[in-house]
Design a protein around this ligand. Structure first.
Ligand SMILES: O=C1O[C@H](COP(=O)(O)O)[C@@H](O)[C@H](O)[C@H]1O
Length: 236
C-alpha cells in the first residue's frame, strides 16, 4: 500500500490527474491495449476530472479513445438528474477530452425499463468478466466507498454478485447501484482519493486495515494507493 499526501484539495486533484495520465499512457505503450478505468463520483473526484479536462491541451500523451470508462456506483435517479455521478463526470471530462461513446458505460438510470435490481443485473452483464486496470474510489466520512456502506446490507464481502442494487442508503438518495467489494478487489490497482478533515478518522482506520469499514476492505491485486490531502491525513 502506498500513501501519497498533498497539501490541499487542489494539489491532491492535480496530483491524481497527473498520476492517472501517466499510468494510462504507460499501459497504452502496448498499442493494442484498451485501458479499463473505473470512475468514482464525489466532490474531490470532480475536481480531479476538471484538472484532467483543463490539462488536456498541454498533455496529449493519453489516447482517450483507448480507455473504457466504467463507474463504481451511481445514484438510481433519472438520467437528467444533477445527482447522477456519470452526468457530473461526463459534463467535466467531455468538455475537452475526446471520448469514444461506445467505450463509456454509465450505470442505468431510473425511469428506464429496469427496476433497481434489474438495472444492477443489466450492468453486471455489460461488465461481464472485465477487470479494471485502475479503480478510482472516493470515501465518505463513515468509511463508505462506491455505495457500500458500513453496517449495511450493501457491505457483503462474501458475494458472487459483481453489481448490486442498494436500498435505504444512509446517504441520500436512498436507491443506488454499486459494484461489490469482490469485483473492486479484482482491479489491478485501487486508488482512493480523500480530502477533508471530516474524513481523517475513517481514513486512518481504513489505512490501518479496519475491515469494519468498506474503505478498509478494498485493495488492488497489484497496488493500493491512498491519495490524501493534509486534512484527511491528520489522524495518521
Ligand atoms: O455518494 C457518494 O459519495 C462518495 C464520497 O463523495 P464525496 O463528495 O464526499 O467525495 C463517492 O465516492 C460516491 O461515488 C458517491 O456516490
Amino acid at each position: 500500500m502506498t500513501v501519497v499526501t498533498s497539501g490541499d484539495a487542489d494539489e491532491l486533484a492535480a496530483t491524481v490527474a497527473h498520476q492517472l495520465r501517466r499510468s494510462i499512457s504507460q499501459l497504452q505503450a502496448d498499442p493494442d491495449r484498451v485501458v479499463q478505468l473505473c470512475l468514482t463520483g464525489g466532490r474531490i473526484a470532480n475536481r480531479m476530472y476538471r484538472q484532467l479536462a483543463d490539462g488536456q491541451g498541454d498533455d496529449n500523451t493519453v489516447d482517450w479513445k483507448r480507455v473504457e470508462f466504467w463507474w463504481g456506483d451511481e445514484r438510481f435517479v433519472a438520467t437528467e438528474s444533477p445527482d447522477r455521478n456519470a452526468g457530473q463526470t461526463l459534463a467535466l471530462l467531455a468538455a475537452t477530452i475526446p471520448l469514444d461513446p461506445a467505450r463509456v458505460h454509465p450505470m442505468p438510470a431510473e425511469g428506464g425499463q429496469a427496476d433497481l435490481n434489474q438495472a444492477a443485473m443489466q450492468y453486471a452483464a455489460e461488465l461481464g468478466d472485465i477487470r479494471f486496470d485502475i479503480c478510482l474510489l472516493g470515501m465518505g466520512p463513515d468509511g463508505h466507498v462506491a455505495s457500500i456502506f458500513p453496517d449495511h446490507p450493501s457491505f457483503e464481502q462474501d458475494t458472487s454478485f459483481t453489481v448490486v442494487g442498494v436500498t435505504d442508503s444512509p446517504k441520500p438518495p436512498p436507491e443506488r447501484i454499486s459494484l461489490t467489494i469482490p469485483v473492486i478487489n479484482q482491479s489491478a490497482e485501487v486508488w482512493l482519493i480523500v480530502a477533508g478533515a471530516e474524513k481523517a478518522d475513517a481514513a486512518a482506520r481504513a489505512i490501518d486495515g479496519d475491515e469494519n469499514l468498506p474503505a478498509g476492505a478494498v485493495h488492488g491485486r497489484l497496488r493500493t494507493v491512498w491519495f490524501l490531502d493534509e486534512d484527511a491525513a491528520a489522524d495518521r
